[in-house]
Design a protein around this ligand. Structure first.
Ligand code: HEC
Length: 136
């Protein structure tokens, strides 16, 4: 094998071997610190969405609900990655679906329905906390 191609073979191998590490900062799993940041945001938004709905502020309610939906999706992925937390995955998914339903209900001016959905999200916090909080 000529020296040149042996070199490029080595370079190619290095690229293949090192490529996954190059991605680590982007694709790394979320940490407990990330989780706590999301959780405090969830805490604020779940109160905010109930207030927005109560004062029939569709724009704010939609923004709050979309943020809850985004945060619950992150939480769901976190618990999927953690493994062994199927209840937490399910509660996250249910909360995400409820948040997503709020958008449609608000658009349809169904503030009572939206209020029920927001309340169900808030009532489910402890279903997860009782079993999973604090992290062991
Ligand atoms: C699917 C699971 C799950 C759901 C749903 C959930 N939480 Fe949590 N929450 C946790 C876990 C796990 C912790 C503990 C994290 C730790 O130990 O660092 C936590 C911690 C917290 C904390 C403390 C954060 C900190 O800075 O230490 C607050 C506040 C909180 N949750 C509020 C809420 C509220 C409000 C809701 C509902 C609107 C909610 N959580 C829904 C799992 C959940």
């Amino acid at each position: 094998m000529p020296a040149m191609s042996r070199l490029s073979l080595a370079a190619g191998l290095a690229a293949v071997v090192l490529a996954p590490f190059a991605c680590v900062p982007l694709a790394r799993a979320a940490s407990v610190l990330d989780f706590d940041v999301w959780m405090r945001a969830i805490d604020k938004r779940s109160v905010a969405v109930q207030k927005s709905i109560a004062r029939r502020d569709a724009v704010a309610a939609r923004a709050d609900a979309q943020e809850i939906e985004r945060l619950y999706a992150l939480m769901q992925t976190y618990f999927v990655d953690a493994g062994n937390a199927s209840d937490a995955v399910q509660i996250s998914r249910d909360g995400k679906d409820l948040a997503s339903s709020i958008t449609g209900l608000v658009d349809a001016q169904d503030f009572d329905g939206a209020s029920q959905a927001a309340l169900r999200i808030a009532q489910a916090c402890n279903d997860c906390h009782d079993a999973y909080k604090p992290f062991k």
